[in-house]
Design a protein around this ligand. Structure first.
Ligand code: 0O2
Length: 212
């Protein structure tokens, strides 16, 4: 095994440690939230580590060689977590939970919900520094957290298959149509949120009437 390959393997091991830390941290956050509010905002979440091939392709896309130092410098989503929640407001509640974390440090925030990408992609991204406690001392690994609603996740999953990974070959009309669908998804998210708020108000009123 070459020295470069060895360095990459050591680096990926550190990312695996970070992934385990992050997974535990998120599980604790969510259980605590549920206990405090009696409500779980998370529909589902998924933690994954990028494959070597995918890391290599991303570095190539950015114009860098496949080396451990380039992975550290230019790839911030070797470890990625996707948190899918029900309503728009849940996304920002979850972002706030991360803001108050004592262990994780937020390095970067990208609000693609307020400012969607030109493809129509919407999601809230956090790049967090996750501490790993090694015998040589604490090191901080970059990890990406994507927080989005079910509707955004539906759109992004299909876009990933239809367009995102094949940008060069995608005809303009397909891009345009995907963008239009992202707008429909946005409308739907707003309508669902309003509907949920209406139901909550209604429930509140019923409770009052009942207590009189
Ligand atoms: P994969 O296969 O999903 O992991 P940057 O260096 O920060 O300028 P970067 O790292 O691409 O650029 O960050 P960005 O743009 O915030 O996107 C990171 C991830 O968001 C992507 O990872 C995708 O998962 C998702 N994403 C961004 N844009 C789109 C889009 O238009 N459609 C879909 N479906 N997903 C998107 P990867 O590694 O590119 O892909």
């Amino acid at each position: 095994m070459s020295n470069q390959e060895n360095q990459i393997n050591i680096l990926l091991m550190k990312y695996r440690f970070a992934m385990q830390m992050l997974e535990t941290e998120i599980a604790i956050f969510m259980q605590e939230f549920q206990m405090k509010h009696g409500y779980n905002p998370v529909e589902h979440n998924k933690v994954r580590m990028k494959s070597k091939r995918s890391i290599l392709e991303k570095l190539e896309r950015k114009g860098y060689d496949y080396t451990a130092s380039n992975i550290l410098k230019y790839i911030d989503d070797v470890v990625g977590v996707r948190i899918v929640c029900s309503f728009l407001t849940d996304v920002y509640d979850i972002v706030n939970i991360f803001r108050y974390s004592q262990n994780l440090i937020i390095k970067e925030e990208k609000d693609y919900i307020k400012y969607p990408k030109e493809t129509g992609y919407s999601s809230y991204h956090l790049i967090v520094l996750v501490p790993i406690d090694l015998q040589t001392g604490i090191e901080y690994m970059d990890c990406e957290i994507q927080i989005r609603t079910i509707a955004m996740d539906f759109w992004a999953s299909l876009d990933h298959k239809i367009a995102y990974k094949f940008k060069e070959m995608i005809p303009d009309e397909v891009k345009k149509e995907m963008y239009e669908y992202s707008m429909i998804m946005k409308q739907l998210d707003k309508k669902m949120l309003t509907l949920n708020e209406t139901v909550h108000k209604y429930k509140g009123q019923n409770k009052k009437e009942f207590s009189i």
